[in-house]
Design a protein around this ligand. Structure first.
Ligand code: BG6
Length: 477
């Protein structure tokens, strides 16, 4: 495939919340680092009528708005350079004339269509791209980036896969889950398979259990109309958290290739056991009064469940997964909790039974750390917990963690699908989630700033274990 030829990037829905929050920031970062391909043409589409100045203001406002992923300030010169690269084309995505105008505007042989729109519009977009001949390029390639949520259940995901494959070949389709593009998640593979000393411990002989947490200390904000339709499990559980689980538990791929890595992720996703009576749903108090949320909403803003992986390596190891909004702390991590030795020399001391924990911290205080006990300096034999740690250097000058959207855009440009979902993978994720909630759990209210409903605590305590309080004692910036 020719990746050297000039490229046109067409963003459908450039005024959407998604584009404002993620895509524009990723493009800005790329412009700033000088890694946007030379001769790239960016075309932003939306229904809103905006003239050149109004569009420039829109981009500027979007980039200057508060964003947890981009805390750094915006340089006006870089902003101007980026704005000069974007053409804004207003139109209705169901209007065939709009596609004729788009065709005239596209000047490069290689084309990426990035869909940041509502999925209901996909069929119209694909059909019109085909009618205008924009679904393929005689002089280069065409790729399509499709955002999550990829359907609302297994049935709709299968239909969407079928629809996409009617118009495009699998190698043209880039199904996005931005967690797959996270540097901190990808590093799990390097840590596990690039070092020789840890992987021999990652199995049922040494591991007691695994905990996967995605806790946010904020609510739904202005995204109520989307979130209330979807709920926590489909918003982050069907995708991001299952990928965290897969990265932490998959077997070593034969090679570092798309096929080999995706196949190993898929093996985990299809081996997950849904336990219908081991799932809890919660909703934070006050959620029903959030903007654009149904005042009688029964949508979950929290879930916790227990599962197992049905394979030899993780035989009988419980995996506890939880995620929610308005919780006590912001923390996304995977914790591998190791077994205590049967014979422990320090059993009669304080912390004598403190387990070792390997933590992959996705955010904040990003890093990979091993919780250990050490001897407290002094004349007595006393133990104290410590962390052996690898931390990212986050000083925003010489070091940075690339934004996942930036990484995934670069991968799409080079045609690398390793960190995108295959059709089978997305379907395996939905198959698991659908059976997990075939009897929808009752919603239990929880206090804002807590760790979720009581039932979630009982879920793990019934097994004689407790949820780990994510530590902020390591990798402090
Ligand atoms: C998005 C969800 O996909 O992921 C949000 O829609 C969630 O609800 C977000 O907050 C979490 O992503 P990140 O990158 O902030 O960890």
């Amino acid at each position: 495939m020719d990746n050297k030829k000039p490229l046109s990037l067409v963003i459908f829905g450039i005024t959407s919340n998604l584009a404002q929050k993620y895509s524009l920031h990723a493009l800005y970062d790329m412009q700033q680092k000088g890694i946007l391909p030379e001769n790239i043409q960016i075309i932003g589409n939306a229904r809103r009528p905006l003239n050149k100045e109004e569009f420039a203001d829109f981009v500027q406002d979007s980039l200057n708005s508060r964003n947890v992923h981009h805390p750094h300030s915006i340089d006006n010169q870089v902003l101007e350079q980026l704005i000069n690269k974007i053409d804004y084309l207003q139109g209705n995505f169901d209007d065939p004339n709009f596609y004729l105008m788009l065709k005239q505007l596209i000047k490069n042989p290689n084309i990426i269509f990035y869909l940041a729109t509502l999925p209901d519009l996909y069929r119209n977009i694909f059909e019109n791209l085909k009618l205008t001949g924009l679904d393929s390029s005689l002089r280069g390639w065409v790729r399509i980036m499709v955002e999550k949520p990829f359907g609302i259940d297994l049935k709709s995901a299968k239909e969407l896969n079928k629809l996409l494959l009617n118009y495009f070949k699998e190698e043209q389709i880039f199904r996005l889950d931005h967690y797959l593009g996270k540097e901190t998640l990808q590093n799990i593979l390097t840590f596990r398979f690039g070092n020789n000393i840890f992987e021999p411990l990652i199995n049922h002989k040494y591991i007691d259990h695994i905990q996967i947490t995605a806790a946010e200390d904020y609510g739904v904000g202005m995204r109520g109309s989307y979130y209330d339709q979807v709920g926590a499990l489909k918003d982050v559980g069907q995708n991001h958290q299952l990928q965290m689980l897969a990265f932490a538990t998959m077997e070593a791929p034969e090679q570092f290739t798309n096929e080999a890595i995706t196949a190993q992720r898929l093996k985990i996703l299809t081996a997950l056991k849904p336990l219908k009576d081991k799932i809890v749903f919660g909703q934070y108090q006050g959620y029903q009064s959030e903007p654009n949320v149904n005042p009688n909403s029964q949508t979950e803003t929290f879930y916790a469940y227990k599962t197992f992986i049905d394979n030899n390596k993780f035989k009988d190891i419980p995996i506890y997964v939880r995620a929610g909004k308005m919780l006590k702390q912001l923390a996304t991590e995977v914790s591998i909790v190791f077994k205590n030795p049967v014979k422990n020399l320090f059993v009669s001391h304080n912390l004598g039974f403190e387990p070792n924990i390997l933590i992959y911290r996705i955010k904040p205080n990003e890093g990979i750390v091993l919780k250990i006990v050490t001897k407290k300096p002094g004349h007595k034999v006393e133990l104290e917990p410590e962390y052996m740690q690898f931390c990212y250097k986050l000083d925003h000058h010489s070091h940075y963690i690339p934004d996942p959207y930036e990484k995934l855009l670069i991968d799409t440009i080079s045609g690398d699908q390793t960190f995108f979902n295959s059709a089978e993978e997305v379907e395996a994720q939905w198959a698991f989630i659908d059976s997990l909630i075939s009897q929808k759990p009752q919603i239990e209210l929880y206090e804002q700033g807590s760790w979720g409903p009581k039932a979630a605590i009982e879920l793990i305590e019934a097994d004689g274990r407790t949820w780990l309080e994510p530590s902020m004692d390591f990798c402090k910036v």
